[in-house]
Design a protein around this ligand. Structure first.
Ligand code: NI
Length: 197
């Protein structure tokens, strides 16, 4: 091709490119981009064990909406607060509490054995299930849910975990819906959750 024939194509390509870029910016600003991409990119196959030693996989997400929270039993503040708030929502659900999954997934499998999870969760709503597994299984679920979790050494030789404190709302098909807001009255949160039953 000569320059004469390629130049209009270059101009058209540049124009199409700027339109596409503009559309992406609009989607990003309106949040449309997130709703288009998020359901496909958050979640996936996992194989974990609950505090009673039962296997729990992504198949258990099907048929019920799920709240999923990642944390660890040695967490000093965020985790107990969130688990308390989730417990309040489950209490506000009344008899429908059994129709949702509420999972506390450990990001610290080294210390969070099924027995440690059982002991820890005894302080919270009995519908909560604590999921843990070997390091590989936990790393996989952390990665598929795009959770940030990092070991932070403490001065005394102990360690803590920095981690995402997001509550994931999944629908009855096991698909990610949105982060679930706990910073409101438990009744209001329960009303929203009931819409996904
Ligand atoms: Ni925590």
């Amino acid at each position: 091709m000569t320059d004469r024939t390629t130049r209009p194509l270059v101009i058209i390509a540049a124009f199409a490119g700027s339109l596409a870029a503009g559309l992406l910016i609009v989607l990003w600003l309106t949040g449309g981009f997130r709703s288009v991409t998020a359901p496909a990119s958050i979640g996936g196959a996992f194989q974990l064990t609950d505090q009673a030693g039962r296997a729990v996989t992504e198949q258990n997400l099907k048929g019920k909406p799920s709240l999923i929270f990642f944390g660890f039993t040695h967490c000093p503040d965020v985790c107990p607060t969130s688990l308390f708030e989730i417990s309040e929502v489950l209490r506000a659900m009344g008899k429908d509490a059994g129709r949702v999954n509420a999972y506390f997934v450990s990001v610290d499998p080294e210390r969070d054995t099924a027995a440690a999870m059982k002991e820890y969760l005894s302080s919270f709503d009995p519908h909560l299930q604590g999921l843990t597994g070997n390091a590989e299984a936990v790393a996989k679920v952390i990665s598929s849910f795009r959770v940030y979790a990092k070991k932070v050494p403490l001065k005394d030789g102990d360690y803590t975990m920095d981690h995402t404190a997001l509550i994931y709302l999944m629908d009855r098909d096991g698909k990610f819906v949105s982060p679930f807001n706990l910073k409101r009255a438990p009744d209001a949160a329960a009303t929203e959750l009931k819409r996904y039953l």
